[in-house]
Design a protein around this ligand. Structure first.
Ligand code: ADP
Ligand code: MG
Length: 718
């Protein structure tokens, strides 16, 4: 046994102090940056590599262009300053010339930069007294290493860890692992099919590659492992759910869904037809559906949801749709009632063999007798479809036979709430209802496979025809007064012109994350100043998060009834609210919002047939520019989601805590689409052949080792 290849668990069990050169003090520093075991050390990957043969020369440096140069230190000196600030300058160079580096407030550079040391310097050359210099560049000490490619590790000034120290420890760890080798838990047939290199080579190569191509192959293998572990959890979870739950095998022969679709005043888009088919295929199976429907604002998710619920109703079951707020539940209720106005349900107990389909609303505001009626008829089966809020999952709400659950705007609901609604279906037959979760927040496909990997995903990637795209303009209001610059002035002129012909406008107030109260105060102030100033001649309403839901609804109904021309609002209007006559939107301090949020907000206009416009107002022309530009350029939610992921990184999807614990060190949800797909397929192959991973113990052990408990829950939410 002693000679068996090392497992990740073995490496995790070796304290970092077993490494040569790591004494108490170095150990303390390493622990501070989260490196406690040999495994932690080996998975501290270089953040970049310097290719000695391929870097720029000092002679090539161009003023203003950030460049990496490999140089030797010629001299260093501390320059006394009269202020409290410190200054160290160094002259560095190569065979083509020299350049001076200036460091402010980094007195330790004097000790760090030794004459003749080889260093990599990354920075922007500037001209100073006629010569090029760099101020506070990024410096990596390379030392007198010989390889062509030098790994640069994340360094910590605070913990005083240098890249060459880390490199030497990694070297020591790999050398000592060499006799036993590091084992590979991936089934050989999968590894060969995907042409992945083995893990032992990958770990050696990622740290000390011979070439950049080799390094990329190593990264690929190790990133695949990270992704596979995540997929094993998700796919395992999905298969367990399918095994442990009995669904309803819905009656697909009925006519109701078809009659509903035929009676719509518009044909389904190709995307809607495709998704309805995907849903129907799930419903026909004995396994409960567990599907996420992503579709941009206005892509027509409701029609798909109703079509799905009707399949359940056809077979004598019930459908429930849960929305995150009362306003949205009521809006859905009104809309769905309209869509279903003429539909009839088969009913043996009736002389005519059928009856009118019954849709009811259940929210906190449905009270007294009405509530009792709805509850009674839900329990007896007299209500076919119920639309509601959290009220649907309270005790005392019983269904005769809940067959189809739709959850709208999923990010507002927690895991437990979804499970609670699903639980309502556990009737006498102990069946689990089918679940369709709808979201208007697009997530790039690769990310969806990782974050929602235990759900099937459908995408409505097409808007119904005839929508006029929303024209979006970026406006800079440099002094924040809202009224001075020409751009701002002409924006208000445009708004007034629209109001004068009977259209309506939203003014969205700055989001103030720190405090609800401040946000409301700001909104009140803006409301007041617009009423006196720019919009003095118009009726201006105010909506904010501190109002009771009754007050909010009053304001919304008034706005919808055109009793206000303009609605000044905080972000409470973000989700789903539908006022077709509102054609203009101004977002103040747009740079405070994220891309996804701006996109959701903008979706509040452009709901009718009139061309709509959106102005994104910023105070600082340099802040949030990429985000605002992306919105000006595109109204495609999926494109915007890609940009968002690009700008903000994976953190967008995983909360900070999860990111910290995350095993995804090398894999990128942005760039590794092929690897993600491959990992997912491999996970299915492995789990379907060996559901409890009995014959893949090493893989199972790694999953448990590397995915923190919270993260497993996160990844397998729902
Ligand atoms: P969302 O996906 O944002 O929830 P909705 O379901 O509310 O979108 O649909 C937005 C609007 O588009 C509704 O007024 C709906 O009636 C209409 N709609 C849905 N599907 C189509 C279609 N295929 N053709 C034309 N209009 C459609
Ligand atoms: Mg909707």
């Amino acid at each position: 046994m002693a000679d068996a290849p090392l497992t990740l668990r073995d490496l995790a069990g070796l304290d970092i102090s077993t490494i040569k050169g790591v004494g108490d003090k170095r150990r303390e520093a390493l622990v501070e940056v989260g490196i406690e075991s040999v495994l932690d050390l080996l998975t501290t990957y270089p953040r970049r590599y310097v290719d000695r043969t391929n870097e720029a020369h000092v002679g090539d440096l161009v003023e203003g262009v950030e460049t990496l140069v490999l140089v030797k230190v010629r001299n260093v000196r501390r320059v006394p300053l009269r202020t409290r600030r410190s200054m160290v300058t160094a002259t560095v160079g190569d065979t083509t010339g020299s350049i001076s580096l200036t460091f402010f407030n980094q007195p330790w550079r004097e000790r760090q930069l030794k004459t003749d040391a080889e260093i990599a310097v990354f920075g922007k050359p500037e001209r100073f007294r006629g010569k090029l210099q760099m101020v506070n560049p990024v410096v990596d000490i390379i030392g007198d290493k010989t390889g062509r490619i030098v790994p640069i590790y994340p360094q910590s000034e605070k913990a005083n860890l240098s890249t060459w120290e880390i490199a030497s420890w990694v070297r020591n760890a790999l050398d000592r692992a060499a006799p036993r080798t590091i084992g590979d838990p991936l089934p050989t047939r999968i590894r060969e099919r995907l042409s992945l290199i083995d893990r032992h080579s990958a770990l050696n190569t990622i740290h000390f590659p011979e070439s950049i191509v080799d390094k990329e192959r190593a990264r690929e293998r190790l990133a695949f492992d990270e992704l596979l572990r995540v997929q094993l959890v998700l796919v395992g979870r999905k298969r367990a759910f399918e095994r442990d739950n009995t669904g309803i095998r819905h009656d697909m022969a009925g006519e109701m869904q078809k009659r509903f679709v035929d009676a719509l005043p518009f044909p389904l888009t190709a995307a809607q037809r495709r998704v309805v088919d995907e849903v129907n295929a799930d419903l026909a199976k004995p396994v409960p559906m567990h599907r996420l429907l992503q579709g941009d604002v206005g892509s027509g998710k409701t029609v798909v949801a109703v079509a799905a619920m009707l399949v359940a109703v056809q077979g004598g079951h019930q459908g429930a749709l849960m929305a995150p707020t009362e306003v949205l539940a009521e809006q859905h209720f009104a809309g769905i009632q309209r869509l279903l106005a003429d539909l009839r349900v088969p009913d043996d107990g009736n002389l005519f063999g059928e009856r009118q389909l019954r849709v009811e609303l259940l929210t906190g505001r449905v009270t007294g007798e009405r509530r009792r009626d709805v509850l009674k008829d839900l329990a007896s089966g007299g209500v076919d479809i119920v639309i509601g809020t959290h009220a649907l999952i309270q005790d005392g709400v019983e269904f005769a036979s809940l067959g189809m659950v739709v959850i709208d705007e999923q990010h507002r609901f927690g895991v437990e709430q979804r499970a609670a609604l699903r639980g309502k279906g556990a009737g006498e037959q102990h069946t689990t209802p089918d679940v369709l979760v709808m979201t208007a927040t697009p997530i790039p496909r690769t990310a969806a496979m990782t974050v929602y990997g235990d759900l099937e995903v459908s995408v409505l990637d097409e808007l119904p025809p005839g929508r006029t795209p929303i024209a979006t303009m970026a406006v800079v209001d440099s002094d924040g007064s809202g009224g001075s610059s020409g751009e701002v002035e002409s924006m208000w002129n445009d708004i007034r012109a629209a109001l004068n012909v009977g259209q309506q406008a939203f003014v969205v107030c700055p989001m103030i994350e720190e405090s609800d109260k401040m946000e409301v105060a700001a909104a009140e102030k803006i409301h007041e100043s617009l009423r006196r100033g720019e919009l003095a001649k118009y009726k201006v309403g105010l909506l904010h998060g501190r109002m009771s839901s009754q007050e909010k609804d009053d304001v919304m109904s008034k706005f919808r009834a055109r009793k206000f021309d303009v609605l000044v609002s905080t972000t409470v209007i973000e989700v789903g609210v539908d006022v077709p006559n509102a054609t203009c939107m101004i977002v103040l301090d747009a740079d405070r919002f994220g891309i996804a949020q701006l996109h959701q907000l903008r979706g509040r206009v452009g709901r009718g047939s009139i061309a709509s416009r959106c102005w994104l107002v910023r105070q600082n022309p340099h802040v949030g520019m990429e985000r605002v530009d992306a919105l000006v350029k595109s109204t495609d939610g999926f494109y915007l989601a890609e940009v968002d992921l690009e700008l903000r990184g994976e953190g967008t999807l995983m909360s900070t805590a999860q990111k910290g614990a995350s095993d995804l060190k090398l894999a990128s949800l942005r760039r590794d689409e092929k690897l993600i797909t491959a990992a997912r397929e491999a996970a299915f192959e492995i789990i379907d052949a060996d559901p409890s991973l009995k014959r893949n113990r090493e893989l199972a052990s790694e999953v448990n080792l590397l995915l923190a408990r919270e993260e497993k829950e996160f990844l397998t939410k729902d």
